[in-house]
Design a protein around this ligand. Structure first.
Ligand SMILES: Cc1cc2nc3c(=O)[nH]c(=O)nc-3n(C[C@H](O)[C@H](O)[C@H](O)COP(=O)(O)OP(=O)(O)OC[C@H]3O[C@@H](n4cnc5c(N)ncnc54)[C@H](O)[C@@H]3O)c2cc1C
Length: 436
């Protein structure tokens, strides 16, 4: 295995960096076991795209991205087994070529499977990605392997586990037959789209709302399963729409100095980029997942029960529209829907939820972005839960109130990793563990 001595680990958007003493790029399960067994403290990382400080911060680090083979398929069961460093885009291409799909996908394809599962990565109008995992091998703190499958109670804890119970090594996903989505997109006023959420979730196979703060508008995207041969009137809108992210970046350039510019920029972005209707078709992956991003960003995301969402939304909107509040929010706030599951640290543990993203297009000035503070305080007030891979400040004493299984998870973590091998400084504080 390749080992590099001392260097600096830097996250994708450059907001987190750490010196390390040893970095291992592993290619086999045995190498993974060996490094874990022979170190006192270790973290492991995939594409480094999390905004939360969970992937590094220990002297020894393991790069999982070189552990990225597709291992096997079972055609009759429609399952695929992969090493955890495989990139989501590669996994999806492999299963699409089989005529299969995973029916709920995040809006990014460059993340690793290990990173995605560990942080509870989700898509829209379906389950978390981790709900499609039916088995995995977990490398425990002593370097031994634990096989976990759907019949084990442990699976509900492992599915979303922040890489603190062990390192997921090989992972088996259950897939579904691929389908074609007929996607329609267009703007609607808040008065129109907000009351229609439940009805649309019943009617459509896909629903996403890109909320446009400071404009009173949302951009609604619906998708319906159709026969792939169905003819549709394709309309991809004007060609310049592809420059939306670049234009946003320019318009928001000085919003950390003069936050109010955001309100004007958003009105312009709405008129330029969210004011036309689109219609197209394709697989879920081809029709709805962003394939490339020109620049980095910083993200927060909060989740709340479906029934509570309208109240939380109205309060957030009222708050950010006050000029006394400096929370001018960049476009868009991504609103998505996740169905209930049984995973202990899932945002959707036993209830259907709505997720609401909050983006700062200036990653470097994210510390001064008031919007992250406003969204956190409003969602927490209503029992909302933060996305594990994104930016938030809540710790143990708040998380225990919003996650029913938080204490059970902590107990399990301390049993499986009694010496806190897998805790970096951020995770030590998150779980309120004593540093050792
Ligand atoms: C532009 C962008 C768009 C995004 N879109 C979405 C979205 O649509 N939906 C959504 O839910 N999230 C989304 N995210 C968040 C993203 O999915 C998570 O942050 C994800 O963890 C990133 O994967 P990664 O490979 O970069 O993991 P890293 O950031 O490298 O690692 C994340 C965590 O996973 C752990 N980990 C890595 N590999 C393993 C393993 N094999 N076993 C156990 N633990 C492991 C690491 O130790 C770390 O704690 C988005 C992020 C960005 C930057």
């Amino acid at each position: 295995m390749k080992q590099s001595k001392s260097g600096v680990w830097v996250s994708w958007n450059k907001n987190i960096s750490y010196n390390y003493k040893s970095l291992y790029s592993i290619k086999t399960e045995q190498e993974l076991q060996e490094v874990i067994a022979n170190t006192d403290k270790v973290r492991f990382f995939g594409a480094k795209q999390s905004s939360a400080d969970i992937a590094a911060g220990t002297d020894t680090l393991i790069d999982i991205t070189t552990y990225n083979k597709i291992l096997s398929y079972d055609d009759s069961e429609r399952t695929i087994t992969v090493q955890s460093g495989v990139v989501l885009g590669d996994l999806l291409e492999a299963i699409e070529s089989k005529g299969w799909c995973i029916p709920c996908l995040p809006d990014i394809n460059t993340i690793t499977i290990g990173g995605a599962l560990a942080t509870g990565t989700h898509g829209t109008s379906g389950n978390l990605l981790s709900e499609y995992m039916i088995a995995c091998s977990l490398i425990l703190a002593d370097g031994s392997i634990k096989e976990v499958n759907e019949r084990d109670k442990l699976m509900d804890a492992v599915r979303v586990s922040l890489g603190v119970l062990g390192v997921m090594s090989t992972i088996t996903f259950k897939c579904e037959p691929i389908y074609t989505l007929h996607v329609k997109e267009g703007p609607e006023s808040d008065k129109e789209w907000l009351p229609k959420i439940k009805e649309r979730l019943q009617r459509h196979d896909f629903l996403r709302v890109l909320w446009l703060p400071h404009t009173d508008k949302g951009y609604v995207i619906t998708g319906d399963k159709i026969d792939p041969d169905t003819k549709i009137k394709e309309n991809l809108g004007p060609k310049y729409l592809k420059h939306r992210r670049k234009t946003s970046k320019i318009l928001y350039k000085y919003t950390h100095v003069f936050p109010w510019i955001t309100a004007i920029a958003n009105k312009l972005l709405y008129r330029g980029f969210f004011n036309s209707r689109k219609e197209h078709k394709g697989s879920l992956y081809q029709a709805t997942v962003t394939k490339s991003r020109g620049s980095t960003l910083e993200l927060a995301e909060w989740t709340i029960g479906l029934d509570q969402f309208p109240i939380v939304f109205e309060e957030l909107k009222k708050e950010i529209n006050k000029w006394s509040n400096k929370s001018f929010i960049h476009i868009p706030m991504d609103i998505r829907f996740v169905y209930k599951d049984n995973s202990w640290l899932s945002y959707a543990y036993k209830k259907n939820i709505v997720t609401m993203g909050c983006v700062s297009r200036n990653a470097a000035t994210a510390d001064t972005y008031e919007a992250f503070k406003s969204i956190e305080s409003i969602f927490l007030k209503y029992g909302g839960r933060p996305h594990w891979g994104k930016r938030f400040t809540a710790k143990d004493n708040q998380l225990t109130k919003v996650y029913e299984k938080w204490e059970a998870f902590k107990l399990l973590r301390s049993e499986l990793d009694a010496k806190n091998k897998f805790l970096n400084p951020y995770l030590t504080e998150l779980f309120n563990e004593i540093k050792n």
